[in-house]
Design a protein around this ligand. Structure first.
Ligand SMILES: CC(C)(COP(=O)(O)OP(=O)(O)OC[C@H]1O[C@@H](n2cnc3c(N)ncnc32)[C@H](O)[C@@H]1OP(=O)(O)O)[C@@H](O)C(=O)NCCC(=O)NCCS
Length: 116
């Protein structure tokens, strides 16, 4: 299963300018926020969570919210994604992978899932 999403970075940048930290609280937890050094990264994380929700076939909504998905980074700065346990169980997720890119004012993320 795969999911993909694209985000205009300026949209996230404007939200951050207008609402500050609260803009990030809407879709990121405390540890994820520590990883945000620029609007590009924030837009990439937004795209990553949208892509993750598409990979399980629900989109962001009642079945899978922004806070049901967690993004972290490894020592090489590569992003990793994790669904909360109940989602992993419900959608039989064995492994999940995330890739993020940004250029030309856009952030794009792809999530690939291996199911049990
Ligand atoms: C890491 C690399 C693939 C990023 O590519 P890029 O074209 O510069 O930038 P992109 O916009 O496509 O990708 C950036 C995203 O890649 C992801 N990324 C960073 N390092 C990564 C890695 N080692 N593996 C996988 N993904 C990585 C991150 O999500 C990053 O965005 P974020 O930090 O905002 O979350 C590229 O810089 C590279 O090949 N680096 C290796 C060589 C190098 O210069 N290393 C320097 C550190 S030693």
């Amino acid at each position: 299963m795969i999911g993909i999403d694209i985000v205009v970075i300026s949209r996230i940048e404007k939200l951050m300018e207008k609402f500050g930290d609260k803009a990030l609280d809407r879709f990121l937890d405390k540890d994820e926020k520590k990883l945000i050094k620029s609007p590009s990264t924030a837009a990439g994380f937004w795209a990553a969570k949208e892509a993750a929700s598409k990979a399980i076939g629900t989109g962001i909504g009642a079945n899978c919210g922004f806070h049901d998905i967690t993004i972290s980074k490894d020592n090489n700065n590569a992003p990793k994604i994790k669904y909360k346990k109940s989602i992993r169980k419900k959608y039989k997720i064995k492994n999940s992978s995330l890739s993020i890119t940004h250029d030309g004012g856009f952030a794009i993320a792809v999530v690939a899932l291996e199911k049990k």
